[in-house]
Design a protein around this ligand. Structure first.
Ligand SMILES: Cc1cc2nc3c(=O)[nH]c(=O)nc-3n(C[C@H](O)[C@H](O)[C@H](O)COP(=O)(O)OP(=O)(O)OC[C@H]3O[C@@H](n4cnc5c(N)ncnc54)[C@H](O)[C@@H]3O)c2cc1C
Length: 422
């Protein structure tokens, strides 16, 4: 089956593919967007726990870029062309009101990721981009052009339909959360056509610990805690929100800490939770004493309600070794010290990381050395472009990763019109 010819065929209707397709169509290109799912933006819908942390409002672009480590340098041009401010302006101009929360994280005012997807779908429709759902690309067909360079001739869908275009943009994402459609399909095609793919690894993942005690705590959200990672010395430490899972810990600060845990990391890695980071030891000790004094004749087990969340109390009591039916005012100084110690330094041993199935982002991907940072064009294949998570860039939580998708997608979408300031 043969089809009409497009200027640009884009694979993947995620954040990067949608913005790229909309912008390309807006600029006048004939665009087709190919998505294997029956709907666009399945991953977008689960971002920010269904609220979609669209970007980060940091007004210092250099600092923002520094959050991506050494590969961040690749982003200077893309962030300059379509910055976090431009992203907010784009969505506001297209009818999506936004708000800024703690940590400069930007969300839709509606707290609803669906509104972000709807907004992008409208952008595509208004600009007449052709969107084909239920269209998994299974094969790419290449040829050699007159300059002896490989080019993509067409891509073939599962149903045999061939999509022919002048240029192709791979925005098919990484390998994380494969149930959203991001299954790393493009990596094998890329290797076949001579691109280098830096080994993809799960990043920003929940951490698995050895202690069974976490099962009892599963679902407990910890606000304003400090969690640090240790291996003979402190490797990293974060303040904010975390969450106990069935087999370990998750939540924003844990995900960010996980990047320190390589897959071959030696044993002996410990996590320490400080449940009361704003109180130093003496202050916490005095606070415990005051609470126990106030409770007077009550049982010790009923005297911690003001200090700790309910779910944590039985665990802390058991670990403290203090008899739960002891009278509050009979708890000794040594016992109070032990309690303070537990609250300041609740130690767990790291067993490993959850894999791609629960990783927020994929580290690794298309080698940035083989991509022109001013256009997102491949340096290996004549008519191929990239955008989004498929690239070897990953940042922390806080809206950074979607900013990569928007900026690189927007830039790649302008492919037929040059980069105005390049
Ligand atoms: C649970 C979770 C929460 C997150 N929260 C945030 C957040 O709040 N803020 C933030 O900045 N980042 C967040 N991220 C990261 C962010 O979602 C990604 O970085 C971003 O969505 C990547 O966009 P993308 O368009 O490059 O890829 P994707 O969103 O992965 O889109 C790729 C698309 O390509 C399609 N596709 C793949 N292969 C094929 C094929 N062969 N044929 C056709 N289509 C194909 C897929 O179905 C998919 O729709 C979160 C990630 C997860 C998993």
């Amino acid at each position: 089956m043969k089809n009409e010819k497009y200027n640009i065929a884009i694979i993947g209707a995620g954040a990067a593919g949608m913005i790229a397709a909309g912008h390309a169509a807006e600029l006048g290109s004939r665009v087709v967007l190919l998505e294997k799912n029956q709907h666009a933006g399945r991953k977008l819908l689960i971002t920010g726990k269904g609220r979609c942390n669209i970007t980060n409002a940091d007004n210092d672009l250099r600092r923002m870029i520094s959050m991506f480590g050494k590969n961040g340098r690749f982003l200077h041009h893309a962030f300059g062309r379509f910055s976090n401010k431009d992203v907010v302006e784009f969505f506001e101009n297209h009818g999506l009101r936004t708000k800024v929360e703690r940590g400069m994280r930007v969300f839709p005012a509606s707290d609803n990721a669906q509104k972000v997807v709807d907004c992008l779908m409208k952008y595509l429709k208004d600009n007449n981009a052709d969107v084909k759902f239920g269209s998994p690309v299974e094969k790419i067909i290449t040829s050699i052009n007159s300059r002896n360079k490989t080019r993509i001739e067409k891509v073939v869908l599962r149903n045999g339909e061939e999509i022919i275009a002048d240029n192709f943009l791979f925005a098919s994402g990484g390998k994380s959360y494969p149930r959203t459609g991001s299954t790393g399909d493009a990596y094998k095609w890329l290797k076949q056509i001579g691109h280098t793919v830096i080994e993809p690894n799960p990043a920003l993942t929940p951490i698995i610990v050895r202690e069974n005690v976490v099962k009892q705590l599963a679902g407990l959200v910890l606000k304003n805690v400090e969690i640090s990672l240790w291996q003979t010395r402190k490797l990293d430490s974060r303040f904010g929100e975390a969450l106990f899972t069935d087999n370990g810990l998750s939540g924003p600060i844990v995900l960010d800490l996980s990047k320190n845990i390589g897959k071959n990391m030696a044993d002996g890695l410990k996590i320490r939770i400080d449940f009361k980071p704003t109180l130093d030891y003496p202050t916490l000790h005095r606070r415990i004493q005051r609470d126990l004094d106030e409770q007077n004749n009550r049982h010790f087990k009923n005297s911690l309600n003001k200090l700790l969340p309910m779910k944590l109390i039985p665990v802390i009591i058991e670990l403290s070794g203090i008899k739960e039916d002891k009278k509050a005012n009979e708890v000794t100084k040594i016992e109070r010290k032990r309690l303070a110690q537990l609250l300041k330094c609740f130690e767990l041993s790291v067993k490993g990381l959850v894999g791609f199935e629960a990783a927020i982002i994929t580290s690794g991907g298309v080698d940035l050395k083989e991509v022109d940072r001013k256009t997102m064009k491949s340096k290996v294949i004549d008519n191929l472009y990239f955008a989004g998570e498929i690239l070897d860039i990953d940042g922390p939580t806080g809206g950074y990763n979607l900013q990569v998708a928007w900026s690189t997608g927007y830039l790649a979408g302008a492919m037929n019109f040059g980069s105005e300031d390049s």
